[in-house]
Design a protein around this ligand. Sequence first.
Ligand code: GLV
Length: 326
Amino acid sequence: MSKPKALVTRPLFPAARAILDQHFNVEYWTSPERISRAELLKRVAEKDALVCLLTEKVDEELLALAPKLRVAATVSVGYDNIDVPACTRHKVVATHTPGVLDETTADFAWTLLMAVARRLVEGDAWMRTGTWPGWDLDQLLGGDVWGKTLGIVGFGRIGRGLARRAQGFQMRVLYHDQVQVAPEVKRELHAEFAAFDGLLGESDFISLHVPLLPETRHLISTAAFEKMKRTAYLINTSRGPVVDEAALAAALEQKKIAGAALDVYEHEPKVSAALIARKDVILAPHIASATVDTRTKMAVMAATNAAAVLEGRRPPNALNADALGL
Ligand code: GLV
């Protein structure tokens, strides 16, 4: 019997390829350029499985063109690229990669926090361009981290990971989420629940860890910046559209906050010119989970999810398993 067919939009890593090659007749997109929408639609048409990245949209149009498709496995924890209800309508299992990137992403949020507070990137630019005039007392003065207040918006696995890191810096940790955590988690993480506005007003650092949903789009907008301390820093490793980028640029320009460090953007891969022009923003290219180990684990997880569906098993990380009665 011939193997089912899979389209995989990146060559992934050998460990993930080994799983896929065992189960599928795989077509890998190997070009250095990202697969275009037209190529994706053309190539997915006869496939049983799709393993894709967060840059590829799995929507009604794609699903309608791929009648044999049984699984769409994104190599990411965020799945705003996947229309899950549309997958359910088309009886396609949608999967993602939770759990394996939490610590790596929390590490990077912490990296951004430290780097923006201490103006590391500005200093690095001085050294490379030979513009450092030598030591001086009031050069590149930043904000302290030790003992300050950290506000975590979205207290899931990654947000909690950040809270753990903050303990080492004796920070006061506030969190905001739809649900409050159990008392033992609160005690372990030394984190207090705060209303959203209260968190914005009291935090020296505000770090975002919510998924992109209609209700989180532009969660951080002009009104939110108005409530922040003028000395506050914003860190975003979640999804770009959670922050209104134009409002952020205006808030920085008007000195409503002290700085920002971003890993994600409203219109990736574009970054607004107003932000690029600013020194009080660190701009990272969506790399919070980008370590060798973690990206390998994510790819293996996606491959395992895809293989499970084709073997008739409930995939470990399905987003619509219940809706499909798996
Ligand atoms: C990265 O942004 C992810 O969602 O895994």
